[in-house]
Design a protein around this ligand. Structure first.
Ligand SMILES: Nc1ncnc2c1ncn2[C@@H]1O[C@H](COP(=O)(O)OP(=O)(O)OP(=O)(O)O)[C@@H](O)[C@H]1O
Ligand SMILES: [Mg+2]
Length: 268
């Protein structure tokens, strides 16, 4: 606990909606510079946990600290400064449907009220370039974009303020394997260029293998294991065995040419 390298610290968290307890005595740390992937069953509380890290929801008990500061009892100025240091790609894409691609990405920049429109234009174009969206798409509305493009524009918006900490909730869900792979490559590339810490939720094996430094498993209302993929794969908890067995089967059936991480987990 309380390591200097921890960018997020969660301790003794309890989350409840009425009588329904989602998290009980949950502990988790996210270290500076890592990609931490959160896995867990549907409804296990992954999105809720991200929302609590973002300060959009508050737990019934426990502590969430981010950049060494409590998520609670903080001033509006502090909340804003934390918000400006974080970016998020929500599970549902969540672009503003009434705004163009350009305006969606410009929005967080305009809200800061420090840039003129020319600077905003340059920054928007840089971010679009990072996610491989050409300038011909800037004036399109979200309804006219493909699923893969919505994810990439959402990512560009999440990156608008050059965040230190990025939250990705199922970034490749609903994308075909090729688009999914290109999304993973964009994020890998960004990690090399920017000094990013990423907290990601995914159930897609290729995304998980392609990006994770560490995995945290959410089950039985808490984080039951954390570690490298190789380490997590050896865990005997039934949920973990089942979770990785399912995706391992899928992996083997979909592309037998790919090297099997099961036979050689050390390369992970
Ligand atoms: N605002 C809310 N009011 C009541 N219940 C809620 C609310 N938000 C989440 N829940 C419940 O909390 C549980 C966890 O939801 P959450 O969306 O965090 O799960 P998840 O792990 O992200 O699931 P998925 O993999 O399907 O995205 C679910 O049972 C959900 O119904
Ligand atoms: Mg979710």
């Amino acid at each position: 606990m309380n390591h200097a390298s921890d960018i997020i610290e969660i301790e003794g968290l309890q989350t409840r909606f009425g009588q329904h307890i989602v998290h009980e005595n949950l502990n988790l740390e996210v270290k500076k510079g890592e990609v931490l992937t959160l896995v867990g069953g549907s409804g296990s509380g992954k999105t809720t946990l991200l929302r609590q890290m973002l300060g959009l929801e508050y737990p019934a008990k426990g502590h969430v600290r981010i950049f060494g500061r409590s998520r609670y009892n903080d001033s509006l100025t502090l909340r804003k400064s934390i918000r400006n240091r974080t970016g998020v790609l929500f599970q549902q894409g969540a672009l503003f449907s009434a705004l163009t691609v350009y305006d969606n990405i410009a929005l967080p920049l305009r809200e800061l009220r420090v840039f003129d429109e020319q600077t905003i234009h340059d920054l928007v174009m840089i971010k679009l370039n990072m996610v491989a969206i050409g300038p011909e798409h800037t004036h399109k509305m979200p309804a006219n974009l493909s699923g893969g493009m919505i994810k990439r524009v959402s990512l560009a918006r999440a990156l608008a303020l050059d965040p230190e900490l990025l939250f990705l909730d199922e970034p490749t869900a609903g994308l075909d394997p090729e688009l999914s792979q290109s999304f993973v490559e964009i994020i890998q590339d960004m990690r090399n260029k920017l000094d990013l810490t990423i907290v990601m939720v995914t159930h897609d094996l290729d995304t998980l293998v392609g990006l994770s430094d560490r995995i945290a498993v959410l089950a039985e209302k808490k984080v039951i294991a954390t570690g490298s993929l190789a380490r997590i794969c050896n865990h005997t908890h039934p949920f973990i065995k089942n979770f990785f067995k399912n995706i391992q089967d899928k992996h083997q059936h979909t592309d037998p040419r790919k090297p099997s991480w099961k036979t050689d987990p050390t390369h992970l």
